[in-house]
Design a protein around this ligand. Structure first.
Ligand SMILES: NC(=O)c1ccc[n+]([C@@H]2O[C@H](COP(=O)([O-])OP(=O)(O)OC[C@H]3O[C@@H](n4cnc5c(N)ncnc54)[C@H](OP(=O)(O)O)[C@@H]3O)[C@@H](O)[C@H]2O)c1
Length: 345
């Protein structure tokens, strides 16, 4: 069996340690069933990568491969595959339960894969799948919104906490496209400018109390809140700012319990969004991620959504993966960081 290159870690070392990631060889897998084998051309780093690595408390017997975004070319397909053929260019985020995209070839279930946009090079495309799926599911599955009801959404407001990060950069674009009034949060001149360029109508600073800032914009409350950074820190502001019968979606965990009783008087709804739920549990609607990625690619090719790529490392190797993790760990990312083997295509 032919071998392939992969990058992984066996223990949680400081990211500046040259052994925090290592390159190794393992057998190139063969796809079966609904799996496709993808030759990875570009991959990105998300906070989940740094969380998984830093959450590893033991020395692993073999390297763990992470990475949850890919642009690649289909190399081979399983016997039940109907959506893709060898040679197709695809993009996807993958599954939390399986080895990640930091490898030369990668197995993924076709139902969570979409055809890549034709108008983006591999790096620009690889910046988008995980964050697009998260933002899309939060807005259009967990909130009662749709891109096709943008007229009905006009006049509705959404507060997006963390507007310039990877997810926020897609959420502001999608919420704007859906016709909502978007109030995003950002704390630096460059993140403020970025959110405004990606669809935010107004910007408030998440390093200061959000409540008086949103009031000062003329909004005593907002219809919807997307919480994309630090639920515990922002919970009192969320409780205060949500409209009666409003709806909150959080994508981050909470380090300590949050008090849902605080929402009772307003009878506000609280939902979690976890981008991996469908693939983790193999839900019957898991093919909806194929549909979402297909629609996002069409919106990109139609010029309605733009890539959120801000930093590229070439090629995909352990040193560049360490550098990309270091950037994400700093919690100051604007848009996305990508590793690619091919800058243009
Ligand atoms: N549930 C899911 O499916 C899912 C999916 C994707 C991500 N996530 C999680 O969602 C979070 C955001 O992910 P991401 O990729 O968008 O992150 P990211 O790109 O790393 O976010 C970086 C941004 O966070 C902002 N920020 C830092 N501290 C903040 C605070 N206390 N309040 C508000 N904003 C703050 C910074 O803005 P300034 O520099 O302007 O302060 C920076 O621009 C992470 O915790 C990630 O693990 C969950």
């Amino acid at each position: 069996m032919k071998d392939m290159r992969a990058i992984g870690f066996t223990q949680n070392l400081p990211i500046t340690d040259e052994h925090s990631f290592l390159e190794f060889f393992e057998p190139k897998p063969t796809p079966t069933g609904h799996d496709i084998l993808v030759k990875v051309v570009a991959t990105s780093v998300n906070p989940v990568d740094t969380a998984v690595r830093r959450g590893t408390t033991i020395k692993l017997p073999r390297p763990k491969v992470i990475g949850f975004d890919a642009y690649g070319i289909v190399d081979a397909v399983g016997d039940a595959v109907s959506l893709f053929h060898p040679g197709d260019r695809v993009w996807y985020a993958g599954s939390f339960k399986r080895p990640g995209t930091d490898s030369e070839y990668h197995l993924v279930d076709e139902r969570i894969v979409g055809p890549a946009p034709k108008s983006l090079n591999p790096a620009r495309a690889a910046a988008m799948p995980l964050t697009s799926l998260t933002a899309w599911e939060a807005l259009f599955e967990q909130l009662p919104l749709s891109l096709t009801t943008s007229k009905a959404n006009a006049g509705k407001s959404v507060l997006i906490i963390n507007g310039a990060g990877g997810v926020g950069s897609m959420a502001t674009q999608l919420a704007h496209l859906a016709g909502l009034t978007v109030i995003a949060t950002a704390s630096r001149p460059e993140t403020v400018a970025w959110t405004q360029a990606h669809g935010a109508d107004m910007v408030v600073n998440h390093r200061q109390d959000l409540v008086p800032q949103v009031h000062a914009l003329g909004y005593p409350t907002v219809d919807y809140i997307l919480e994309l950074s630090n639920l515990n820190q922002h919970w009192p502001e969320i409780v205060s700012l949500i409209k009666p019968s409003g709806h909150i979606v959080s994508i981050t965990g909470s380090e300590t319990p949050i008090d849902l009783r605080a929402l009772k008087q307003k009878r506000a709804t609280f939902s979690w969004e976890w981008m991996y739920t469908k693939s983790y549990f193999g839900t019957p609607d898991m093919i909806s991620q194929h549909d979402i990625l297909t629609q996002v690619a069409q919106l990109v090719d139609a010029g309605k959504l733009v890539t959120t790529l801000t930093k590229t490392f070439t090629p995909i190797n352990a040193a560049n993966l360490r550098a990309a993790h270091e950037l994400v760990e700093a919690n100051r990312m604007i848009g996305k960081v990508v590793l690619t083997n091919e800058l243009e295509s």
